[in-house]
Write a protein that binds this ligand. Structure first.
Ligand SMILES: [Fe+2]
Ligand SMILES: [Fe+2]
Length: 285
């Protein structure tokens, strides 16, 4: 099973750029094209929050249009830039999203890897939280899983990264969350966003990671006084539209970054790709 992660897409209203300079919508469009062209294709996409830049209705309309060409299902969770109500109302056919106005957490069954989506949002705040109610919900869902291999995804990472200004808007309740995770070795990975940068850490018996944004990245500044600073790396900006691919087989899970390429295939690569797209040759007697 291949799972693609898209994070921190920060979609804006049509024709608007984030911070008046980042064409986040164009970058997400490139990432979607890239996922559709992969051979083999991922079975699902998880979009780990900060889907839209300010949580406005017109931004979710743009997000809906940008996700429409995706050839595989996408599962959404909110980040601190999102608005739960606008998100739910923009995607009425995404019936895995709870409709009760509460937390947008859910379980996806039916794949070799069980997916548990968490909602870490505190409305109006940049940091996140796993409160008592959310922790209880998670513990109950894990108990129901019977030890099946599980991937947990959430916007705010549960670990400190060393990037000062991001750690200040990290996750409250991480210690309590970690105690639950420790009891469940079936958790193969905890994947999150928020950091706009790929970082991995062994954490509470599993591997926890953050993902790059499909758009702007947070500068890697590990000083205690690190201040907020974004960049577009590496140039040209389109190549920063990264996806992370999680490959799961019965015995192993691997992760790989898959940047949207700006290069070109060799003749042999193009031929191989078109051969794989045609599928195996039909057998004749
Ligand atoms: Fe973000
Ligand atoms: Fe965030």
């Amino acid at each position: 099973m291949i799972i693609a992660q898209l994070s921190d897409t920060h979609v804006c209203a049509e024709g608007v750029k984030a911070y008046e300079r980042v064409a986040t919508n164009d970058m997400l469009a490139a990432a979607v094209d890239h996922l559709n062209a992969l051979v083999p294709r991922p079975q699902v996409v998880i979009a780990t929050g900060d889907l839209c830049h300010s949580g406005a209705k017109e931004e979710y309309a743009a997000l809906r249009s940008l996700f429409a060409p995706l050839a595989m299902p996408v599962f959404l969770i909110p980040g601190n830039h999102d608005d739960r109500a606008e998100l739910v109302s923009a995607f009425p056919e995404h019936d895995y999203l709870p409709q009760d106005g509460g937390f947008l957490h859910y379980v996806v069954e039916g794949y070799p890897l069980r997916l548990i989506a968490l909602d870490t949002v505190i409305p109006g705040e940049a940091g996140g939280r796993m409160c008592k109610d959310r922790l209880t919900w998670l513990a109950e869902r894990l108990a129901e899983g019977g030890g099946r291999p599980t991937l947990v995804f959430m916007h705010h990472p549960p670990f400190l990264t060393g990037i000062g200004h991001m750690d200040e808007i990290g996750l409250e309740g991480a210690e309590e969350f970690g105690r639950i995770v420790l009891r469940h070795p079936e958790i193969e990975r905890i994947v999150s966003g928020h950091l706009h940068r790929p970082i991995q850490m062994r954490w509470r018996g599993t591997l926890a990671s953050t993902a790059p944004s499909t758009a702007h990245q947070v500068v890697l500044d590990l000083g205690p006084c690190a201040a907020g600073f974004y960049n577009l790396e590496p140039p040209p900006a389109r190549s920063t539209s990264s996806n992370l691919l999680r490959v799961w087989s019965a015995t192993r899970a691997t992760s790989a970054a898959s940047p949207v390429p700006t290069g070109f295939p060799t003749e042999a690569a193009a031929e191989r790709r078109s051969r794989l797209r045609r599928g195996p040759p039909s057998r004749t007697k």
